[in-house]
Write a protein that binds this ligand. Structure first.
Ligand code: AMP
Ligand code: ZN
Length: 561
């Protein structure tokens, strides 16, 4: 049997435990030897030379002699004493200087090297394997995607380019294949032709090659995270079915959320003519009011579908209070968004947004702000070699002087988007101190830092791995889902046929799944019904748009499958 990395990890854990016990035994033997010699030293000193030493002095003498340090501050003066000292020196050389390193190498280092040499990663899937998802380019995004797939019990196999990476991934408990992504024979062995989908996050040239090679084997959908949106056409021409320019998408998410201007500017996504948007209450005349008091539905036709307060979601009610930190989630048409904008009469020019980090994502955010005529200032410690459109202030943003000089205290919006989460958390805290009212949007490179960024004072956190994983899952599962924030999705599903002819209230779709119906879309009418009344009569040409957690979304699928 070929040993797998998991087998090796198991072997090592078992073996290390056994070997630690052996090492502990050997160390006890050494300690007893030192103690025995120390007592003998006291005995001989007294009987041969009539000198008294404490046990501590005996231990000290034994150790300096055994390690051949021999300071010479305590020495025997008789022949018998010299013989004893010689015996102690020789046993020190043998048991301490020769045996101990040997024991360490043979118990710990050698088995590890031996086993890792013997480790042979899998290079092919069993014949007949089908319906699996092949993942190329393991990183934070694809890992988050794999966790999602695991939750949905979709089998996936991750491809590692070399043995070390394969070994590491297998230790994490993943099913791994080792091989070159662009090698036709390897892709054949990975059963790419029969896969349910291929997901890749390699660099764009490598992806082009992979797509061309995979297309020779079959027509499995290929979802690609692209480095640059400008490469989308090439990637599609090579055979990619879905191209996801993640830096641009994240830049747009950050930019739209950092401005205090215009509801239409905050549109997150759309199902046909139904737009899903966010309205930050900060900067509007609605601060301090309740949701029921503000002129939404009547004047704009928009419907509040949820409230967010520093990442925490709550269902809206007429008594829901609106504070400077509240974000109202809205559903409605473009006309509705425009009338809200007219109602608020905010000017883009009043905004000033500071962007910390001018990498791919910061640059994309700046481009979006530029299109909205929102003035911005960029700070990065390096020049962006791919951008000639923007000027940035050069320096480390964590130097508070620079932050202050950039005008943080007067800024209306702030985008924190460096690739270092520790820096992002630090910057969130420092900026919140400097400007309690700034609308702060931060990027979390790793999902586990989302809570820390909120705790540091961010109004909104965009997790690049969650957004990427969500888009990939949507694409592969052919589902219409919009991730609003961690734990809140808006999704579109066809009406379960059994409810045709029932009213919305009678169907109980919301009560049974825990989701709320926020709109109804009809095949025969492009205009969405926003905030449908409970008396709306349902028919099979309708799609429901619902809001709920990923678990509620899953329950909806299970209950109405
Ligand atoms: P990207 O991941 O492509 O959006 O790039 C992130 C950008 O953040 C890079 O251009 C980095 O130079 C920048 N960056 C990282 N740490 C800091 C920092 N402490 N101050 C300013 N810029 C930073
Ligand atoms: Zn730029």
């Amino acid at each position: 049997m070929i040993p797998t990395a998991t087998g090796l990890a198991f072997f090592l854990r078992k073996q290390v435990r056994k070997n630690l016990a052996l090492l502990a035994g050997y160390c006890t033997f050494l300690a007893l030897m030192v103690l025995g010699y120390a007592h003998l030293f006291q005995f001989l000193m007294w009987h041969l030379e009539r000198r008294t030493y404490s046990l501590i002095a005996g231990i000290y003498w034994t150790i300096t002699v055994m390690t051949t340090l021999g300071f010479g501050d305590i020495t025997f003066r008789t022949d018998a004493g010299f013989v004893f000292a010689t015996v102690v020196t020789i046993s020190g050389v043998v048991f301490l200087l020769m045996f101990l390193p040997f024991v360490l190498v043979s118990l710990f280092v050698a088995p590890w090297i031996e086993q890792s040499i013997r480790y042979r990663p899998n290079r092919e899937l069993p014949a007949g394997t089908r319906g699996h998802v092949l993942v190329f380019g393991p990183d934070v995004v694809t890992r988050a995607f794999m966790r999602k797939m695991e939750g949905r019990q979709v089998p996936f196999v991750v491809v590692a380019p070399d043995k070390e990476e394969a070994f590491r991934l297998e230790l994490e408990g993943m099913r791994v294949l080792c091989g070159t992504p662009t090698d036709g024979v390897f892709l054949e062995n990975a059963r790419a032709g029969a896969a349910r989908g291929i997901v890749t996050n390699l660099n764009d040239p490598e992806t082009v090659n992979l797509c061309l090679t995979a297309r020779k084997l079959g027509d499995a959908p290929i979802a690609v995270i692209a480095d640059e949106s400008a490469h989308a056409d090439l990637l599609r021409a090579a055979g990619a079915t879905h191209v996801i320019p993640l830096p641009q998408i994240l830049g747009r998410h950050l930019a739209t959320r950092a401005t205090t201007f215009g509801a239409a500017a905050h549109v997150l996504d759309a199902f046909g003519n139904l737009l899903i948007a966010e309205m930050p209450v900060y900067g509007t005349p609605f601060v301090g009011q309740t949701l029921g008091k503000i002129p939404l539905g009547g004047r704009t036709g928009l419907s509040a579908i949820g409230l967010l307060e520093r990442g925490a979601f709550s269902s809206p009610g007429p008594d829901s209070p609106l504070s400077v930190h509240t974000i109202v989630l809205l559903a409605g048409t473009r006309e509705g968004m425009s009338s809200l904008e007219a109602l608020l009469r905010l000017e883009a020019g009043e905004d000033r947004v500071i962007i910390l980090g001018h990498g791919r994502i910061g640059c994309a955010a700046a481009t979006v702000l530029g299109k909205m005529n929102v003035p911005f200032t960029l700070i990065d410690r390096m020049e962006n070699p791919h951008c000639s459109a923007h000027e940035s202030i050069r320096g480390d943003a964590t130097h508070l002087d620079l932050l202050r000089k950039s005008g943080i205290d007067a800024a209306r919006g702030l985008i924190i988007t460096t690739n270092d989460d520790n820096a992002n958390i630090f910057l969130a805290l420092a900026s919140r101190r400097a400007n309690p009212h700034v609308r702060m949007v931060a990027r979390a490179n790793r999902e586990e830092n989302v809570d820390e960024l909120y705790a540091a004072g961010a109004d909104f956190v965009v997790s690049s791995s969650s957004v990427g994983a969500n888009i990939l899952a949507n694409v592969l599962e052919k589902k219409d889902t919009i991730l609003l924030t961690e734990g809140v999705n808006v999704f579109r599903r066809p009406l379960p046929p059994r409810f045709s002819g029932w009213t919305l209230a009678e169907s109980g779709v919301d009560a049974m799944s825990g989701c709320a119906v926020v709109a109804i879309l009809r095949e025969d009418n492009p205009e969405p019904v926003v905030g449908p009344s409970r008396e709306t009569v349902l028919d099979t040409r309708m799609d429901l748009v619902l809001i709920g957690s990923p678990e509620q979304e899953k329950r909806f699928g299970e209950v109405f499958a």
